[in-house]
Design a protein around this ligand. Structure first.
Ligand code: N01
Length: 544
């Protein structure tokens, strides 16, 4: 149990071993794992309930694009045997139900403080502990601070002139009202065609009287081929669960079961390639498609074959040739922006009540009281605007917390030129602060929950090592951090990823430094590196 006392000014001071920022999948597992070591832990969650991403993103059609049998915790075999996923891909309500089930099953709620946003975190360099303050006036002192605040948890509405005077209603995909939104009979505008837009557009189109989709960048999307769970597949998967989870550690995406490609796309004949891509298109899912050949993400010429295959599919589905051409992405190689999965996305543009608007050639100039107007003066009358405009990804949540040390360092200054971490886990100069799936980690390029478990288990091992050796402070050495950042960049530069203006690069946020943030060397390579660092007595870290 945490210790609590009252400060002279009346505020409550809570003392913990580990303070956790965030009550989503990462924060909840951290509670479970660290509490199991006898540590006093508590997570602070801004939302009115647990679930993080899956609590906030309630837009129509929200669903995970990793298959439900994979996208779940592996730490308890009972849990993974008991839970029944009704469909191939989990819907947002189903995943949130699962998270709540986990919290109840492992009694995690008693260590989550809801409706509490962490505002600041100050490291005391003499006492070697963190003091956190919250928007409720709480003060929390903890030896360690774990940032489990999410990578896509800071929704971003572009700063359009006039939004305040808009007379209709507007929403952001990542802050969706709990009561839902009825679009019946409405003239709706959706801005943004990333994963969120692509999922919601077909559903909103079925309700709205008219839907305008404002597209700045066409995105590649593949059919999800969602379906009710096949009982035989579920039975087999569950029988193999422990082995599959172990095998996942040796894969780049932390998902087992995809045969490793053995040859370049350029070694196949055009007919062989078409057959291979067609089979993957029919099978559904993005990993399988991008894993068709060894080099789709590293060789532009190889990638062109896959990109063109999908462009041809778009042209064959969308009846109006001009719309089809606008929807066919040409400014980035397939897979270098997050590949979308959809259900009837391209088909939606064949509806009479759906219009695609190209806001690349004629950007949105302003929101007007009755809709919006483009830079060239074309006006659109709208009752409702939906911003599917994404997030201040990977660094947004930490940028919102005033993180500093009594030595005068601030994370804002340290990261002014882009995020710097060692292994994505820690930042030099900010001792005892650990990040789960932060920049420099492969998290967002993997089955996220596997990465969450791997990071947290590594942290647990590290804290155990420190406790057994009487150590109370850990921080990365500047040289180790610099070498890791250089490695992350070198790996990214050896791929096609930097060719896309994506949130991986911070490109969707004006003035954000353009630095490639995720580690794309693969979960397998990353885990081996983390394990080796721990086995060597935490090489690259200074422990005192
Ligand atoms: O956000 P995004 P998202 N004017 O940043 C456009 C995960 N996720 O919420 O590309 C006009 O991808 C912007 O245009 P551009 C997944 O990892 C997963 O969709 O910057 N348009 C883009 O089209 C995903 O990658 C799932 O030119 C503007 C869109 O808004 C990540 O979350 C589901 C604009 C933003 O796309 C983020 O996805 C949902 C402007 N001023 C999300 N500003 C699944 O698991 C931005 N845009 C299925």
């Amino acid at each position: 149990m945490p210790d609590a006392s009252t400060l002279p000014d009346g505020r409550i001071l809570t003392r913990l071993d580990v303070a956790i920022v965030g009550g989503g999948l990462a924060g909840l597992y951290a509670i479970h794992r660290l509490r199991g070591m006898g540590l006093r832990v508590r997570a602070f969650e801004a939302g009115s309930d647990i679930g993080g991403t899956w609590f906030w993103n309630r837009y129509p059609g929200a669903r995970c694009d990793v298959e439900s049998l994979e996208y779940s915790y592996s730490f308890s075999d009972d849990l993974q045997q008991v839970w029944k996923w009704p469909e191939r891909y989990g819907t947002q309500p189903e995943i949130l139900r699962y998270i709540n089930h986990v919290a109840d099953r492992f009694d995690l709620r008693r260590d989550v403080q809801l409706n509490t946003r962490v505002m600041s975190a100050l490291f005391d360099s003499k006492a070697n502990d963190w003091t956190l303050t919250t928007d409720r006036g709480d003060v929390v002192r903890a030896h360690f601070c774990i940032m489990a605040a999410g990578n896509l948890s800071t929704p971003r509405v572009p700063e359009f002139r006039g939004l305040r005077d808009f007379r209709g209603k507007w929403y952001h995909s990542g802050l969706w009202p709990h009561e839902g939104v009825d679009f019946s009979g409405q003239r709706v505008g959706v801005i943004g065609t990333g994963s969120s837009g692509v999922q919601m557009i077909p559903i909103i189109a079925r309700q709205a009287s008219h839907l305008h989709v404002f597209q700045r960048t066409a995105n590649f999307s593949l059919p999800a081929r969602n379906a009710p769970m096949d009982p035989e597949r579920e039975r087999r998967h569950k029988a193999e669960y422990p082995a599959r989870r172990r095998a996942a550690y040796d894969t780049p995406f932390a998902i087992a079961g995809y045969p490793k490609p053995t040859r370049s796309a350029l070694q196949a004949t055009p007919a062989e390639r078409r057959a291979a891509y067609e089979a993957k298109w029919q099978e559904g899912g993005s990993i399988s498609f991008l894993y068709s050949y060894t080099d789709l993400l590293v060789n532009k010429e190889a990638n062109d074959t896959a990109s063109e295959f999908v462009r041809e599919k778009i042209r064959s589905i969308v009846k109006d040739p001009r719309t089809a051409e606008l929807l066919a992405p040409k400014d980035h190689p397939i897979g270098t922006k997050r590949l979308c999965l959809d259900t009837g996305y391209y088909e939606t543009y064949n509806r009479n009540n759906v219009t695609l608007v190209d806001v690349r050639s004629d950007p949105i100039g302003e929101i007007t009281p009755n809709g919006l107007r483009t830079a060239s003066g074309v006006a659109y009358e709208l009752d409702t605007i939906v911003f599917a405009t994404g997030f201040d990804a990977m660094t947004g949540a930490l940028r919102e917390i005033d993180i500093r040390t009594t030595d005068g360092a601030t994370l804002a200054d340290r990261w002014a030129g882009g995020p710097l971490t060692y292994l994505g886990l820690m930042v030099a100069g900010f001792p005892n602060m650990l990040i789960i799936t932060g920049p420099g980690s492969p998290g967002v390029k993997t089955q996220m929950i596997a990465s969450i478990e791997q990071h947290t288990d590594w942290i647990a091992g590290c804290l155990d090592h420190m406790s057994r050796h009487g150590l109370d402070r850990i921080e990365p050495m500047v040289e180790a951090e610099a070498a890791w950042v250089q490695h992350v960049n070198a790996v990214a530069d050896s791929t096609l990823y930097p060719l896309a203006n994506s949130w991986y690069l911070g490109a969707n946020i004006p003035d954000k430094p353009r630095v490639f943030m995720p580690y794309v060397g693969g979960f397998d390579a990353y885990k081996r590196r983390c394990d080796a660092v721990a086995a060597s007595g935490y090489e690259g870290f200074r422990l005192t």
